[in-house]
Ligand binder design. Sequence first.
Ligand code: SF4
Length: 242
Amino acid sequence: MRTVNEIKNIYIEKDLENSLIANNIRERASAEHKISYIDDPKELLSHFRQHGERESKENLLLYSNKGDFFSSCPGTDGMVCCQYFVLNLGQGCLYDCHYCYLQGHLNNSLLSIFGNFEDLFAKIAEHTKNKNIHFRIGTGEYADSLALEPLTGQSTALVNYFSHHPNATLELKTKSSNVEELLDLDHRNNTVVSWSLNPKAIIDLVEEGTASLPERLAAAKKVVEAGYKIGFHLDPLIYFKK
Ligand code: SF4
């Protein structure tokens, strides 16, 4: 499985220098990670759009999301909506599943994550507080929920936040085995950790960089023992001959 050691350069927007996620990154980064502070994330995004190597996973940007963090799951035409909501924590994935829409959707090779979590928490509260429905909110839409967790602590911060929101369940979706950071958290049953599964032959062939099937199952066992609910997604289903 690819790890955060693939990342060589970490760029942090200066305005977020003292943020929770920037502190996490400084604490967790190794000597091989070069951290720089930048004034203008747009300039860096534009540079990587024009000059970045398409396949590279070496560059990570932490910056502020000025748009909305929260959206309704787009759903599928003709199907009944299940009221799932998506939290956008950044764009770009450490892994390279051949079928992933991100491969064609993203226009630069920079892994980018959002660090203005105070704004994020305010948005979640705005959407969920004093509403008489149970929200299901997932983060695995534009990136893997746990691939960068050993470096960023984004999901740890969310699990802690959702533990105080009884009318919402957080879903973390992953193809990694990065669960160590989650095991000792007081999650209060408000987080589901889920894995997308496929047969070994498909994982080996088209899910580049992800955890193997036994690694995913071993990680799932650990989070069950830590009291989390888990989920498995059989998605996508790919026909193959044995
Ligand atoms: S792990 Fe998920 S987000 Fe990452 S490349 Fe695979 S399908 Fe896309």
